[in-house]
Design a protein around this ligand. Sequence first.
Ligand code: SAH
Length: 460
Amino acid sequence: MDYFPAFIRLKNKKCVVVGGGSIATRKASLIVRAGGTLHVVAKKINPALTELIKESGGTQHIGKYKSDAISSAYLVVAATNDEKVNEQVSKDAHDQEVLVNVVDAPDLCSFILPAIIDRSPVMIAVSSGGQSPVLARLIRSKLETLIPVGYGRLAGLVGRYRDAVKAKYKHINERRRFWEDVLQGPIAELVFAGKESSAEEMLGNLIKSEQAATNSVGEVYLVGGGPGDPDLLTFRALRLMQQADVVLYDRLVSPEVLDLVRRDATLIYVGKARADHAVPQDQINEKLVTLAKQGHRVCRLKGGDPFIFGRGGEEIDRLADEGIPFQVVPGITAASGCASYAGIPLTHRDYSQSVRFVTGHIKEGSLDLDWDSLAKDKQTLVFYMGLVGLEHICKQLIAHGLSDTTPIALVQKGTTVDQRVLTGELNSFYDQIKGQGVVAPTIIIIGDVVRLREKLAWFS
Ligand code: SAH
């Protein structure tokens, strides 16, 4: 270990920044955030820096750096673009035994600045020991995705109840177990979901009750897994997938996405291919309730967005009836995922002022849709589950007034490496794709915007 990792209290300490440009401003803003009093010496000081100086109650000195500028300072940062000056600041600081950081010159530093993930009061610092600040920043951005912004608020909540928990559990191990359960369970999730008062109420009740947190009811995360490309998952989806004990997933969840769930989670496949409902919907609903009641953290992972043709509403309806905590994580729906990856903007100022997501699912041999309102110009139609009914859809739209040369696209396995896009015109598309080996899942996009693909296609 080349450096001693520590967090320094700067409240009301004299901190000197030598330099007045944008790098100096960045360092200065951290000093001010930590409550230090900012004094700046520079030939020229930018206005943002002047604001920071005012905010912290410090001083500015416009002119050449001289050694006495850092006398009685607690900490010094040199951020000028003049190497000689930076060296001088470092030497003076070492002589006066003041902590010093020189930007981009680890050899001249007595301390270095880490990349940080700020979830105040929780603070995560990443350092490469000055070897590669870029690497430290890359690690930081990975961590940013895994650590919810709500951690700060969670720490605040814990802080408020620390004494009460201490009073209830005398032994440190008991307290540790209590907090581990709270911080990994529904209370924490309520905070992350922005429901802090419910979290506080639940925590208050838990402390009052005799029951240990470990026996508490589980929870359900209804998570949108997106159309296929795992890069399209949200931070929250990934985090919940990685903390779930049990994952119930659909056929539409791509193997790459499924690969990201916690290694030791139990995976349960619940269908559903067309007309082959591996597990009927009411049994899925029931299963979620049973598992949650057993105390499991259950992730119900669905393709796309759970609230768009995903029957997500029905599943959480049961949970709400049973008083089981749940949250819904939106996903990229097939329409926007496939359209983006096919280079087809769903709306466009010149061609389409609205977009409609329509189910093409045939029930009892027919499709009961308001064809008059669908067959309109300057509107984009996106049909989910439309492959089987494609011929019917095209014919109905033409019969209700849409031009028979209206452009149409079919996107198969959109956003994945197997994506395939076929385009044509409404009157001939059905015959055109026959014998082309089209397989599910496919989405159908109809409207003038489809023409833009010729120029805008980018993914292959
Ligand atoms: N909740 C999902 C939709 C479920 S309905 C969502 O928001 O995307 C299932 C239909 O979604 C499929 O029949 C197909 O039309 C469409 N779909 C889902 N993923 C797709 C993909 N990767 N490529 C093309 N269509 C897809």
